[in-house]
Ligand binder design. Structure first.
Ligand SMILES: CC(C)(COP(=O)(O)OP(=O)(O)OC[C@H]1O[C@@H](n2cnc3c(N)ncnc32)[C@H](O)[C@@H]1O)[C@@H](O)C(=O)NCCC(=O)NCCS
Ligand SMILES: Nc1ncnc2c1ncn2[C@@H]1O[C@H](COP(=O)(O)OP(=O)(O)OP(=O)(O)O)[C@@H](O)[C@H]1O
Length: 291
């Protein structure tokens, strides 16, 4: 075959957004050392998850992400038809994920957060600053999907028990953990020259300082949540992931959370959301190749 025939075909907006979302999930999974989460070192506090499964799960979600973006382009506006289309596609994506992982929940919260953000980005690709995308995603999340089942999920159980705000409320508020904590920290740590991996770890820690992570609450109660929030603050106060003091604190936090069986899965999902927004807001992903 002639070399010129090997030129990649240009991707549609929906395909590009799906690529960026899957990239964000793979970058989140690979980032190391994350406290008590699956990463390149190991399985953290999880017995049923490992890095290969996280990758397979992320890749399996590509068609659902693309379909969500296509629904946004076709329907063209925020409203119940789009909310319910995205809900249906998300539930189908969840089933594909479970089929891929043999029934293990690898990315439930991520399908929710990234699904809403992809939809929001596809609706108005010219207006993709972090705040505008998060606001459109929030408006979608506020609409009630009449077909969504209401299972007594782990999140629902801890909401009842502790009155915690979970994944749904985080989205309805416009992802404050991402826009007010993770992204500003990511930019600060990059500007300080800390290196991309450390900047991402710092962004994850910034989320953990304040999040009511229902994964942690379900597995380890308020003690687990306090340990996560205070420990993450201590790493950042000691200079962050790029400093020796910060690294020592990070190692301590990892050990403490594993001992409590407390895995901050919600914070991990929001880091993926942060990496996705960072890419589309910087124009890296959307402008190139699409417009
Ligand atoms: C809103 C969702 C996430 C369900 O939330 P709920 O708290 O009831 O469920 P559950 O405990 O099983 O999962 C919550 C997930 O969110 C993540 N999470 C936990 N805490 C938080 C938090 N504070 N903020 C953000 N994410 C969080 C976790 O990683 C976890 O995987 C969503 O899955 C949903 O609405 N499902 C219904 C089916 C549907 O419509 N799906 C498609 C949506 S696009
Ligand atoms: N790198 C990661 N390591 C571990 N969890 C992650 C990672 N990235 C994202 N997560 C999220 O963490 C969640 C898994 O947490 P958890 O195992 O507590 O889920 P669960 O299904 O609610 O509970 P359990 O496994 O205790 O029955 C996934 O839904 C996923 O969204």
């Amino acid at each position: 075959m002639h070399a010129l025939n090997l030129q990649p075909k240009s991707l549609s907006l929906a395909e590009r957004l799906a690529d960026l979302a899957v990239d964000a999930l793979i970058d989140e999974a690979d980032l190391s050392p994350k406290p008590a989460l699956v990463d390149r070192r190991g399985n953290g506090a999880h017995t049923d998850l490992h890095l290969g499964l996280m990758h397979a799960s992320a890749l399996s979600l590509w068609p659902a992400f693309k379909e969500m973006a296509e629904a946004a382009i076709e329907l063209g506006e925020i409203g119940l038809p789009l909310r319910e289309a995205v809900g249906r596609i998300g539930r189908e994506g969840e089933q594909v994920m479970l089929d891929t992982t043999g029934g293990v929940n690898t990315h439930r919260g991520a399908i929710w957060a990234l699904g809403l953000l992809i939809t929001a980005a596809a609706l108005e690709p010219q207006s993709c600053s972090a705040n505008s995308v998060a606001l459109r995603a929030a408006r979608l999340a506020l609409l009630d999907d009449r077909f969504a089942p209401r299972p007594l999920s782990h999140g629902a159980q801890v909401a009842q028990r502790y009155g915690a705000r979970g994944a749904r409320e985080e989205a309805q508020l416009g992802f404050p953990a991402v826009t007010q904590r993770a992204l500003p920290q990511l930019l600060r740590s990059r500007a300080a020259g800390h290196g991309e991996q450390n900047a991402r770890l710092d962004a994850l820690l910034a989320i953990m300082t304040d999040l009511a992570d229902t994964c942690v609450l379900y597995r380890a109660g308020e003690e687990g949540l306090n340990t996560m929030q205070l420990g993450a603050r201590a790493v950042l106060d000691a200079g962050g992931s790029a400093s020796l003091g910060g690294r020592r604190r990070l190692h301590e936090l990892d050990q403490q959370l594993i001992a409590l069986n407390a895995s901050p899965g919600g914070a991990a999902d929001l880091l993926a959301a942060c990496l996705f927004i960072d890419r589309i807001a910087s124009g890296d992903g959307l402008i190139q190749g699409v417009f």
